[in-house]
Design a protein around this ligand. Structure first.
Ligand code: ADP
Length: 472
């Protein structure tokens, strides 16, 4: 069903092609409308405006000495024949464009001019008419504009301005434009197709490559790299997918490591328990308290591991709601430390000024302290001293656990809080752990809205700390 839909939808190339096609057709249609259909009306209105402007220029220079010169110039530049007379029909200026062609301005008698003057005056001072010349030109019958206006000059004289201008037929121009437009249509369509292919290729090539890589990723190849080229959005997509692939690969690596670690951690104590039990069963002399203790220790190790796994999965699934209540944090830490009394070699100095109360889940916060102290013991230095301190400032209490052990490389400081992460990948029996302890610490503190961190110097030791808000 989905496959069919993909098959039917149009590719980038098709879409760009259609887009360009529509664009080219719209442009051609617009050109057609403006250049072919509207050419004649445009031309006419421009021509009429030109004639009116000639009349206006003449009207404002009627009493100037240069009137004659102006009329000559205007006739030459605007192809307009000009005749100016007074109200009695006395002609002052006369310019005719084509001497060989007949014009209505010719052969107008004084009385003709006088009656035109009166007629125009009656019309309100201007009059315009067009007539078709009886002489067919090469492009068909030409049309002529006749424009008349009366002017009252500053010196009190009356003047009649008569203008005649030919409207050149645009038919031949339109025919030329039509041919041009047809050619232009083909050129634009061809250009559109070429451009569409080039642009679509540029856009779709990296997308296709990303698609192939994504399929590879889906098959479980987390090492795949996505192309980060092409348009900005596409290269950003490639970048994001590379990031996603990196994260997937990290998670996958951690998962494999966990499986290896957990199965190793489960198998080793079980082998020990089984081995010692068999020895004790078969050899009566081996039934010693030391051997029983080994079995108990290994069983404890197993229990701890399984508990850690369960705790973390509960915390992460949000299935372990906080049971917050006020309790004395300082006293709780002192109690925890007494449990380490049997570790006679180690010392646990605890520095604090006074007891403080917090509202938190007592059991979970105890687990945080246990995990930090256990880690400090595991990685403790020669002096076998784990220093704890409690400081109060700004309504918050900070608990620090400091050891003088090997420390943690700076570049690993961020990763140790991740699930299953262990700085030392070599699985040393002496350094038990699944890499879950700090992840539990982090989850519990985040649930409490607390902060946490670590400062460490290689070879000098580490200080893990966390802060909780104090009970008012
Ligand atoms: P683990 O069960 O391996 O201790 P954690 O999550 O508690 O797992 O710790 C993660 C890693 O952080 C450890 O494997 C260890 O490499 C490093 N680490 C934790 N605490 C300390 C410490 N006090 N000193 C040095 N390294 C530490």
């Amino acid at each position: 069903m989905k496959q069919r839909k993909i098959g039917r939808s149009l590719g980038v190339r098709g879409q760009v092609l259609i887009g360009f096609g529509i664009f080219a057709l719209v442009i051609v249609a617009l050109l057609w409308v403006f250049q072919i259909t509207l050419l004649n009306p445009f031309y006419r209105s421009i021509k009429i405006a030109e004639v009116k402007s000639v009349a206006q220029q003449l009207g404002s220079n009627l009493e100037s000495d240069t009137l004659d010169e102006l009329a000559g110039n205007l006739t030459a530049t605007t192809a307009t024949s000009i005749l100016i007379s007074d109200e009695l029909g006395n002609q002052y200026v006369g310019y005719k464009l084509y001497p060989q062609q007949t014009s209505r301005l010719e052969n107008l008698s004084r009385s003709d001019l006088r009656s035109i003057f009166e007629q125009v005056n009656l019309q309100g001072g201007t009059q315009m008419e067009t007539y078709t010349s009886p002489f067919a030109t090469r492009n068909g019958y030409s049309e002529t504009i006749l424009y008349a206006c009366t002017v009252h000059t500053a010196r009190g004289n009356h003047r009649l301005i008569l203008l005649e201008s030919e409207l050149t037929p645009v038919n031949s121009t339109v025919e030329t434009l039509k041919v041009q437009l047809v050619c232009l249509t083909f050129v634009m369509l061809a250009l559109g197709i070429v451009l569409a292919f080039v642009i679509a290729g540029k856009i779709s090539r990296p997308i296709s490559s990303i698609n192939e890589s994504a399929k590879e990723l889906g098959r479980g190849n987390y090492q795949i790299r996505f192309e980060e080229s092409g348009a900005k959005e596409v290269s950003e997509l490639g970048h994001t997918l590379n990031y996603a692939a990196g994260e997937l690969s990290k998670v996958d690596g951690l998962r494999r490591e966990l499986l290896a670690n957990v199965s190793h951690d489960l198998r080793t104590p079980l082998t020990m328990i089984k081995g010692y039990s068999e020895v004790m069963r078969d050899l009566p002399g081996e039934n010693t308290p030391e051997n029983v203790q080994i079995i108990i220790d290994e069983a404890t190790r197993l229990t701890d591991l399984v508990n850690d796994l369960l705790d973390l999965s509960k915390l992460e699934a949000g299935a372990a709601p906080l049971e917050c209540a006020p309790f004395n944090l300082t006293a709780e830490i002192r109690t925890i430390l007494t449990r380490y009394d049997k570790l006679a070699d180690y010392r646990f100095p605890f520095a604090f000024v006074q007891d403080v109360e917090v509202v938190a889940d007592r059991l979970k916060i105890s687990q945080v302290v246990y995990n930090l102290v256990n880690n400090a013991i595991t990685y403790a230095g020669e002096d076998k001293t784990i220093r704890l301190s409690q400081t109060v400032s700004g309504g918050r209490v900070r608990i620090s656990v400091t050891d003088t052990g090997e420390g943690i490389p700076a570049e690993k400081l961020r990763d140790i809080w991740e699930r299953y992460y262990k700085v030392d990948k070599e699985h040393k029996r002496a350094q038990v752990g699944t890499g879950l302890g700090l992840s539990i610490v982090r989850n519990v503190l985040e649930l409490h809205g607390g902060t946490y961190g670590v400062e460490s110097q290689l070879g000098r030791g580490s200080t893990f700390w966390f802060e909780l808000t104090l009970e008012e």
